[in-house]
Design a protein around this ligand. Sequence first.
Ligand code: MOS
Length: 707
Amino acid sequence: MRPTATHATAAGAVRPQPVLGTGPQRLEGREKVTGTARYATEQPHNPPDCAYAWPVPATVAAGRITGVDTSAALALPGTLAVLTPDDAPRVAEGDDPILTVLQDHEVPHRGWFVALAVADSLENARAAAAAVRVSYQARPADVELRADHPDAFVPDSANGHPGRRERGDAPEAYAAAPVRVETAYTIPPLHNHPMEPHSSYARWDGDHLTVYDSSQGAHWVRSALAKLFALAPEQITVVSEHVGGGFGSKGTPRPHVVLAAMAARHTGRPVKLALPRRQMAEVVGYRSPTLHTLKLGADRDGTLLSVEHEMTAQTSRIKDFVEHGAVAARVMYAVPHSLTTHRAVRLDVPSPSWMRAPGEAPSMYALESAMDELATELGMDPIELRLRNEPVTEPDSGLPFSSRHLTECLREGARRFGWHHRDPRPGVRREGDLLTGTGVAAATYPVLCDASSASATARPDGGYTVRVDATDIGTGARTVLAQVAADALGVPLDAVRIEIGSTRLPYGPLAGGSAGTASWGWAVHDACTALTSRLAGHRGPLPDGGLTAESDTTEAAGAKPAFARHAFGAHFAEVQVDTVSGEVRVRRLLGVYAAGRILNSRTARSQFIGGMTMGLGMALTEHSTADPVLGGFAERDLASYHVPAHADVPDIDAHWVDETDTHLGPLGAKGIGEIGITGTPAAVGNAVHHALGVRLRDLPLTPDKVL
Ligand code: MOS
């Protein structure tokens, strides 16, 4: 291949086959299935002096450490050190209180790390940790979330959303409404449980800290470590090249990375710290349990007159993280009177955090279940009820939608699902012990986009290198970004080499908020477009280092949008309920989405059905139990925390309507990582009601609740 000829193609001489919207396989697929993709604590492979760290979690529900006896642990073979609150390296106060570990004697919740054993092998570290004796002065712990808790408060902000929003007079409109539904739902604590537990490898070379961390954003980890260890960002390198899932729990840095860096500094050796799954429940975040009450008032023709949604969530004693689980009504339906309120209670519990579709997942479960109850009360088809209340502008802000197409999703879904053959009467489809039902729910998730930068280089060998600190947490981000680059450069996909997952690369934001592809992709698009222009103006062979163009979308992506921007969708479920065992099984699940331009049909489908599978788990099997006596959570492995397995997910299908939205970035893409979990639990719950004729309002719908 002659370099100049290839780069002439980039300038637009011959357009190759389109690469956006097609379904190329993951670029790193072969490495992943052959085990050569390196995850955080596999990379680099065990250097000869590598040490291993094992944390010691608090065993009381709340209290104070009165002493840490390390003598037995230090006497064991291979122990290098035991860090305690008395002698661990001091760190500065950062932005997140969960990261200031081993700095004082307070125990805000069970599972909080109170010591760290470091040894020459994993086995020795575990044995040393078990030999550490910690004494406590325990205090009574309050871990029970109740709506009538005397300490409940309405925060100004629930994760950046107004704590309370009021339009009109919803209570008055409700009192006067001809048709009224008042209902309540509960959602238990839920845990993210990615396949790859949180883990870090840390090494100091003089004053330079290198960390391989299983994270959704290397730059975020770097800024947190820089603050804590009082270093300039350039003194830290964070690598997150391959990440085995996160679902939000790796969206913010976690204490293990701080402990690994502390231990490496203290021992002068590289240190690996891979959290055992049984320690994760209390230190990597979880979705707060939420209690919901809703009141819907409507006219007899189904026109909504009022919506009230009040949600109560819990947070910890050390940090206010308030799940924004009442936001859906601000987006979904036209209604003149609306009141949405978030409440929170500080308890002796681990700090809750981000979990796939934070806010939207619980709020859509509650709202879409209540809409189904209203449809039943009205004797109206639940799809018709939603179509009847389609808004022209976003109800809360009054802004026009950049695009919506919920109607199209509901209609297309109904057609594909065979909704029109449905007998609306509940509890009538019986075969032997089995009752069958179908349900529908709408889905939504906001379009988020963050500033990013990227660089694109035309190499003298005829290929291209694109660099951006994006993170591929299993989504296919690496592949999609290579597609974006190939498209902007006008070259085939295999001409692009993509480098992601390191702070050595141009700044990229988190893989979070379903914003990754749109954010990094915008910067990649801009860098490649700029490179194309540079190449067009370039004469003769390329210099040795090639030609490079850089981009930064700070200004463009940061502009305040004049439109309400959300993805929408419709979920359909068919369930069978065994009236003898109480087991609910999903037979069919369908999602139809309007999510802007779909850039990779293969990985997009995976994201959609992955979200729906997680929604199925939220509906039927997943829950964590706060232990009222011991504190923390009772479920601490995948044998007790039931994520859906293959046999639980028989027939699951995802489609999308063609949507062109010119009010997004240059890719026209909305996020797709989270919308699948919003609406799915309500669709399943509504199907269970249709099957049984009985409304169950406390997730998950396990056999004990069905019987
Ligand atoms: Mo996701 S919960 O926005 O990482």
